[in-house]
Design a protein around this ligand. Structure first.
Ligand code: PRP
Length: 207
């Protein structure tokens, strides 16, 4: 049988994941010293480094058994998999933000929202029975209200510095976000023992 394969989100989450797996006793030396390699041994497992959305794609197609991905991507993309553990790093939140000092909700005209996360934004306003126009932006969404394209944004807020430095403020929090351990549906049945043992090792470290 091939080693259990875990897809890791490249970048910020990758470092925290390696750190947690290291604390849990897995040998992460190859991950720390990876160069440009994309598949690396981690303990008895194999780690695959991928972009967040692709972590879910590889997992759903069954070529990876496990994945580490942000709840933001899970909320926006959805999919068929089990979410089995909150890893408690990569903490931030989705928020509705608008230019500081303005009343976002005032007036009757339909508001325009810029976001990298159109599904999350639509769901949030649907839950308020509020009609909005959603415009998808690829990054630095804070620009949209500054340029007069949008009344507000739905975006990730971590320290709040990006909002502050661009004259924006949180109107309302939308959802908490952190990294999650996800599992392919078939792997959860076929390799349940190994997967549970791995999740328990991580969970023990999380305290
Ligand atoms: C994220 C997010 C905000 C910023 C929030 O952007 O979209 O812009 O971080 O962090 P802060 O509250 O600590 O300032 P990211 O750096 O991922 O780049 P992006 O805007 O290109 O998506």
């Amino acid at each position: 049988m091939r080693p259990l394969r875990i897809a890791l989100t490249k970048g910020r989450l990758e470092k925290s994941t390696a750190e947690l797996m290291g604390r849990a006793g897995l040998d992460c030396s190859a991950l720390r010293d990876k160069g440009r390699k994309l598949i690396l041994p981690v303990g008895e497992m194999e780690a695959v480094l991928a972009k967040a959305g692709d972590v879910i794609t590889y997992l759903e197609h069954g070529v990876c058994d496990l994945g580490v991905v942000g709840k933001d991507v899970i909320m926006e993309r959805g999919g068929q998999f089990f979410e089995i553990l909150d890893l408690r790093f990569g903490k931030c939140g989705f928020a509705l933000a608008a230019p500081a000092g303005t009343d976002f909700y005032q007036g009757y005209q339909i508001k325009t929202i810029a976001t990298k996360y159109p599904k999350v934004a639509r769901r949030f306003f649907q839950s308020k029975d509020m009609d909005v126009r959603v415009i998808k932006i690829e990054g630095s969404v804070e620009l949209a209200p500054l340029l007069g394209l949008a009344d507000g944004i739905v975006d990730l807020v971590e320290t709040g510095a990006t909002l502050r430095e661009n004259g924006l403020e949180v109107v309302e929090p939308v959802a908490d976000v952190s990294a999650r351990l996800i599992v392919n549906v078939a792997s959860m049945k076929l390799r349940k023992k190994e997967i549970e043992a791995f999740a328990e090792r991580l969970e023990r470290e999380l305290g």
